[in-house]
Structure formats: structure tokens, C-alpha cells
Design a binder for this molecule. Structure first.
Ligand code: NAP
Length: 546
């Protein structure tokens, strides 16, 4: 972090414990929330557990960490000057580059003076008489505010499975989601990594180049598409910048909020079922292009299991072509539908298994027995390692919210209210918790969209709502029970028409033992935006205002 940022952090003014809005988290969401509220004349401050801005991009510093949404899209669009002036260097930005971008944003918009770092929010109580939130941090500091905005991120609370003997391990242990700040050199070391989700799929090829031996412990294989990462061509950057608003609008018009590089021709008949040959050609074109829009390769891929199988089979064939040992290729080939777990995007992932220093340990049938001082034990066999990496993911979407003891009306805690699964209205607010807003909460497109775009849409909706209330002299807003009930049903009905709930994904909370199995994201960015707009235009229907 630059010394200018260090200096400004030290100068942050924390002498006024009341602000109209208190924002928890200084990632993409918290930073824009602060900037927007300030611009609208609403006093705000941000509390952040980390020692710097960045949120998920502050914590996830593992080797190979980069975004799987292209950098020209994975960036703010609220400031035309910012999007024109900032220079991304690669098609997919690395974690250090995204962090530099967010540090630049916080300096450029002078945000640091209202952010208090190293401050973990422990509890928040709603005072019914005053219609205010009283917030306490883990160091006992207290704050009060009219509006509490949880900008705590969807993938910020790490999932650390319990393995017997973990504390006896004699080597070093790391979690990809909470990586040390100093670089770790694995040269000449024996490394074990547990998990084969996006984080592992990005880090395995990089670690394999250093380590003497790398054992990968895989419980479930994942589909992954080559990223096709490369330095950004100046001509492409200039082309996008010459029509940035239009480019952003193209993204907003797509189901996942991401620009489709191969949009269907305006003359194409959407009802016509493509031939097998056409499907194959389309998938090949997208495979060669690289990236997450592979899922758009077959219209209906996320709703029709038969069409999905064509794409799944396509990827399995690619894995067999890339991995020289057929048994390893089989073990790396998922049997699930493609896309039902978050699709991974990689650089040289499958071919890394052709290296003599990389071994896949299939634990699908016999799980890890325990961790012993020397390494990882599976079916009585010990895989010795000096370093153990947990790439075991997150308590997604609800984890960071449930960690804070949030008490709403009548002393009800959020954790209690959500014990059968999260319930929200629009993913923005939850009944029983007045004046509490969630940025990209469960029930909003969030993780099934370009996160930055979804964050901006939420921040704008929430801050506009605060302005509306202020102008109308209103002090309290809360979803109505029926509106929330209908929304939860709607989110689930949409998901049930797709392949998304068909496997054990973190979208369903299935990765965390004991977590209720509820599909959390809302499917469809454009209709969601329309619904939010309609709610605001009709004076916040579905909400109770006082
Ligand atoms: P993840 O997708 O949840 O993967 C966790 C891995 O750990 C899975 O392979 C899981 O196996 C395994 N695992 C968990 N508990 C285990 C246990 N007790 N024993 C053995 N294996 C266990 O987590 P992630 O890789 O950190 O990615 C999470 C999400 O973060 C991604 O889906 C993506 O949305 C986001 N992300 C994005 C990027 C990017 O932008 N490029 C990079 C990294 C992450 P099972 O599948 O069997 O549960």
C-alpha cells in the first residue's frame, strides 16, 4: 500500500460516533457506497476488519489469484473519467492489479478519511424507540447510525473444514481465502492442496511450477474453461473506451450481466433448435475464445439437461485430450451438469496434471482420515508435505452476515431468522430488521452476475432510497412479511426451472456442513433491475415506511 494511503489512514477522523449511514466493509461495495452517500449529502463512515481497502481482493492473495470476469467489465462504471483513465494491463486482472485499482479509487475520491480499518463489527442492535442502529466492534468501540449497510461481500467468510489432527500438523498451513501478505516461496517444497474449486484451479498451475511435489486432494472435480488470458491490446481498449457506456449497457442486457462476445444475430430465430454440428461449432468457438461466457454457447444450456449434457460432454472430451493419463483424466471429469457449480476459468489447469511433480489424490470415495504431523492421511496412507493449503472455499452469501450478531425488532437475531435459510426482499433487506440494507445479499443476482455491476446497482438503489426517505421525513423502512414471502418463493421458482440446484454447490449452501440447503442467488440480472426500479418508482411497494 502506498505511503499516501498509510498517511491518510492514520488521519481518519473517528471522533464522531453517529453518522446517518454506517457501512460495514471497504471492498467494491463499501467504497462506492461511501462515495455515493457523500455525493448525496448523507453522512457516512465505513468500518473495515482488514488493514486496507479491497474486501475479497484484500484477503485472497493466493498464487495465481485473478478475476474471471474481464477487466474492462470488472470495474466501476459510475465515473466516466475513472473508466477512461484507468489502464488495465491484462484481459483478466490479477489480484494485485485489482487491489491497486481499489486503492487508486479510494485516493482519487478521497475516501480514506471516513474509513476506519482494523475494526471488526461484532454486533448491531436496533433501537426501536430511536429507530437507530447501535453497533459495537470487537474492541468495544460503539457507533450509532440511522441506516446500517452491510457491504460484507458474498465470498468473504472462509470455510475451514474440521479435519482431525489439524493442530498437530508440523508444517505451514494456509487458506486461499486468507492468504498471508508476504509472498510464499514453495520452491523445493512438498505441498498438499485440499479442494479443486476456482481458487485451487487458479493456484495449482502456479504452485506446481515451484514445488518439488504437489498433491491435490479432490473430492469433486470441476468444469473449467481456458481463460485465454493475454495482455490487453491497445486497439481493443481504445475501441471499448470509445463507446464505454454502450459497452456497459450491453453487459447489463445479459442474463449474467456480462457482455457476450458472440451475441446471436438479430435475424436468428430463437425458437429454432440448433443442430448437433452447430452446437459443437459454437462451443468450440467459445472454448477457443476462452472464459465464462462458454455457458452462452448453447441457448437453453442452463435450463435443458439434454442440451447441457452436450456442453458437459464437450468439456470432458477436452479434458481427455489435455491429460495424458486416461485414469487421471477420468477422475478430473465431472459427472454433474456444467454450470450448476460455479464454472471455473483457468490457465493450464488440466495440463498441469501431466507434470511428474503433480499427483491427483481422488478422495471422492475415501475422504481424508486426518491430518498427521507429517501430512495428510487418506485410507491409512500418509501423503507427506511441508505446506498444507486449504482451498476449501467460503460460507458463501450468508457467512459474513451471520458472524455479526445483528438484533432487529423484538430482539430477533438475523442468525435465528435465517436458520432455515436466508429470507430477504429483493436481496436488499429483511423483515424484522428496519433500516438494514444488504449489498448483493441472498435473493439478488450477486454471484450469478458481474459483481461490480450488481454492486453499483444496489448502492444506487439503497442510496436513492435513503434520499427519498430524508426528503419525505421518513425515518424507518422495512420489508413487509408478504412481500418477502413472495420474493423468496419467486427466487426459488426461477432456480427450479434451471439446472442450478442439481448439484452440491455453494449457491445452495451445500459446501458447509449443517447449512440449510436453499438456492441463494436470483437468476436474471435485467429483470431484477427492472423489478427494483419498479419498486422504487411505486414509492417502495412491499416495504413498510414510517
Ligand atoms: P469452492 O468453489 O467452494 O471450492 C472448495 C473446494 O474445497 C471444493 O473442491 C470442495 O469440494 C473442497 N472441499 C471443501 N471441504 C472439503 C473437505 N472437507 N474435504 C475435501 N474437500 C473439501 O471454493 P473456491 O475455490 O475458493 O471458490 C469459491 C468461489 O469464489 C468461486 O466459485 C468463485 O465464485 C469465487 N472465486 C472466483 C475467482 C475468480 O474470479 N477467478 C477465483 C477464486 C474464487 P466439494 O466440491 O466436494 O465440496
Amino acid at each position: 500500500m502506498s505511503s499516501v494511503i498509510e498517511e491518510k489512514k492514520i488521519n481518519a477522523d473517528t471522533s464522531q460516533p453517529f453518522s446517518e449511514a454506517l457501512v460495514v466493509g471497504a471492498g467494491f461495495a463499501g467504497l462506492y457506497m461511501l462515495h455515493r452517500l457523500r455525493g448525496l449529502g448523507i453522512s457516512a463512515r465505513v468500518l473495515e476488519a482488514g488493514d486496507g481497502v479491497g474486501g475479497t481482493w484484500y484477503w485472497n492473495r493466493y498464487p495465481g489469484a485473478r478475476c474471471d470476469v474481464e477487466s474492462m467489465e470488472y470495474s466501476y462504471q459510475f465515473s466516466e473519467e475513472l473508466q477512461q483513465e484507468w489502464e488495465w494491463t491484462e484481459r483478466y486482472a490479477t489480484q494485485p492489479e485489482i487491489l491497486r485499482y481499489l486503492e487508486h479509487v479510494s485516493e482519487r475520491f478521497d475516501l480514506l478519511r471516513d474509513i476506519q480499518f482494523n475494526t471488526r463489527v461484532q454486533s448491531a442492535d436496533f433501537d426501536q424507540n430511536e429507530s437507530k442502529w447501535c453497533v459495537e466492534t470487537s474492541s468495544g468501540q460503539t457507533f450509532s447510525c440511522q441506516f446500517l449497510v452491510m457491504a460484507t461481500g458474498c465470498l468473504s467468510s472462509v470455510n475451514t473444514p474440521h479435519f482431525e489432527g489439524m493442530s498437530d500438523f508440523s508444517g505451514s498451513c494456509y487458506h486461499t481465502g486468507h492468504w498471508p501478505h508476504e509472498p510464499i516461496d514453495f520452491t523445493g517444497r512438498r505441498v498438499a492442496i485440499i479442494g479443486t474449486g476456482s481458487s485451487a484451479i487458479q493456484s495449482i498451475p502456479v504452485i506446481a511450477e515451484q514445488a518439488k511435489m504437489l498433491h491435490v486432494f479432490q473430492r469433486t472435480p470441476n468444469f473449467s474453461i481456458p481463460a485465454g488470458n493475454r495482455p490487453l491490446e491497445e486497439s481493443y481498449v481504445q475501441e471499448v473506451k470509445s463507446r464505454y457506456p454502450e459497452f456497459r449497457a450491453e453487459g447489463r442486457s445479459q442474463g449474467f450481466g456480462i457482455v457476450d462476445p458472440f451475441p446471436p444475430s438479430a435475424h436468428a430465430d430463437p425458437e429454432r433448435i440448433p443442430t448437433r454440428q452447430e452446437v459443437e461449432e459454437s462451443l468450440q468457438e467459445r472454448w477457443d475464445y476462452g472464459g465464462i461466457t462458454f455457458l452462452n454457447g448453447v441457448p437453453g444450456l442452463t435450463t435443458d439437461p439434454a442440451l447441457n449434457e452436450l456442453a458437459a460432454d464437450f468439456v470432458r472430451r477436452k479434458i481427455r485430450e489435455e491429460v495424458s493419463d486416461p485414469e487421471v483424466a477420468d477422475a478430473l471429469s465431472p459427472s454433474t451438469m456444467v454450470g450448476c457449480k460455479r464454472l471455473c476459468v483457468d490457465t493450464n489447469y488440466f495440463s498441469t496434471y501431466n507434470r511428474s511433480n503433480v499427483k491427483l489424490v481422488d478422495i471422492s470415495q475415501s475422504p481424508i482420515d486426518k491430518i498427521v504431523p507429517e501430512g495428510v492421511s487418506v485410507s491409512g496412507k500418509v501423503y507427506a508435505c511441508d505446506d498444507l493449503i486449504l482451498a476449501t472455499g467460503f460460507d458463501a452469501m450468508t457467512g459474513a452476515l451471520s458472524k455479526v450478531e445483528i438484533k432487529g425488532r423484538e430482539g430477533l437475531t438475523l442468525a435465528d431468522k435465517w436458520k432455515e435459510g436466508p429470507r430477504t426482499y429483493l436481496g436488499l433487506a429483511t423483515e424484522g430488521f428496519p433500516n438494514l440494507f444488504i449489498v448483493t445479499g441472498p435473493g439478488s443476482p450477486s454471484v450469478l452476475s458481474n459483481m461490480v455491476q450488481s454492486i453499483e446497482q444496489h448502492v444506487e438503489w439503497i442510496s436513492d432510497c435513503m434520499v427519498y426517505m430524508k426528503r419525505a421525513g421518513l425515518v424507518r423502512i422495512e420489508p413487509k412479511f408478504d412481500a418477502e414471502e413472495e420474493w423468496v418463493t419467486h427466487v426459488n421458482e426461477l432456480a427450479d426451472q434451471t439446472i442450478f440446484p442439481t448439484c452440491n454447490s455453494w449457491y445452495l449452501g451445500a459446501n458447509v456442513p449443517g447449512k440449510p440447503r436453499v438456492f441463494m442467488p436470483y437468476l436474471g440480472f435485467p429483470p431484477y433491475v427492472e423489478i427494483c426500479r419498479d419498486v422504487a418508482d411505486s414509492e417502495y411497494k412491499g416495504f413498510q415506511l414510517a
